[in-house]
Design a protein around this ligand. Structure first.
Ligand code: F3S
Length: 63
């Protein structure tokens, strides 16, 4: 089964990087916060690319 991402909205600074890299999974839910609108909307590789580029590393995998 495909792994799903978790986004710690408390830590997110709203840089929008994840939404640019992987818009099928991440979207801005307010001006300074991203959220997950489809956890399996793209490949794990693409999701991992978004994780790796988040400046505060607040996107992780769910168990
Ligand atoms: Fe927030 Fe990181 Fe995305 S700071 S907007 S979760 S790249």
């Amino acid at each position: 089964m495909q792994r799903t991402p978790y986004l710690d909205a408390e830590a997110c600074i709203g840089c929008e990087t994840c939404t640019r890299i992987c818009p099928k999974v991440f979207e801005m839910v307010s001006e300074h916060k991203a959220g997950i609108h489809n956890p399996t909307g793209d490949t794990e590789e693409k999701i991992e690319e978004a994780m790796d580029n988040c400046p505060v590393a607040c996107i992780t995998w769910n168990d």
